[in-house]
Write a protein that binds this ligand. Sequence first.
Ligand SMILES: [Zn+2]
Length: 68
Amino acid sequence: MATYKTVYKCRACGTTSYKRLMERQASGAWQPTGPYQCCGCRNVFDTLRAWWGEPKGQTDFRPSQMPV
Ligand SMILES: [Zn+2]
């Protein structure tokens, strides 16, 4: 099973890797189904953002202030 390393880490345990949960399709192939599982605490998250947690105060940036 594939594991992914990121610059982010789990807000619960600090682990920097996660994996996609797989589900067997009718065709017999295994496909990622969406949820992510932390390799450390084994918690399952619907989105990566939920896994690493949203940084506070950085969610309402204005695109016009982004460096070009
Ligand atoms: Zn974790």
